[in-house]
Design a protein around this ligand. Sequence first.
Ligand code: SAM
Length: 224
Amino acid sequence: MKLTAISIFPEYFAPLELSLIGKARSQGLVNFSSINLRDFTYDNHHTVDDTPYGGGAGMVMKPEPWGEAIDSQIQGQNVVDLVILTPAGTKFNQRFAQTFATSEHIIFACGRYEGIDARVAEHYRSIPSVRVHEISIGDFVLNGGEVAALVMIEAIVRLIPGVIGNPESLLEESHNEMGEVEYPTFTKPATWRGLSVPDVLLSGNHGEIARWRSEEAQRRSQSR
Ligand code: SAM
């Protein structure tokens, strides 16, 4: 899978060298690159923003550098998923992560200021080889799309076969096919600060353990 982030702060993506994603990159399961939007500007100040038409506070990201940056990434590609991060987008969830995990190339457009000129999404929607997704990672406003892209990348990449050592650990996770959250988990010691692990988990009775876990998952899913 190829992942490309376009941003005015490409340094934000340094953590993708760490942990399981870093390992997936060194194994060739994922190819990540970050691109500086300012490389697609031609003035001395490398300007990427301007005042909003219609007035109002803040600055809006200009469409021209975005167009050139995205064009440079879609040339010669079959189908590309273009994710435009915006708090006004469709909310990201595990089902989206599963769908994106089968993508060949995802481009993350990370906005700043008051966001990206709306014509960028409109223009790429008219290009058959580009699937445009305007995505929010939750009902709150960040300063920029970089952290949102990192969240999505982590959720997506861990679903690529070979990235997580034991693929069975993905099956019982929260937000699975059943739409439930996971049961509570415990490890040694059996008693910590006066709190004991539920007896059933120490019983060795696999049927009872499975039943307890299923009931706990349902209870948590309903109450949360
Ligand atoms: N004016 C915009 C609005 O009210 O919808 C907010 C712009 S925000 C300050 C700047 C950038 O941060 C956005 O263009 C987007 O890329 C990113 N961003 C902020 N919150 C986000 C969220 N919840 N999900 C995804 N991206 C977000």
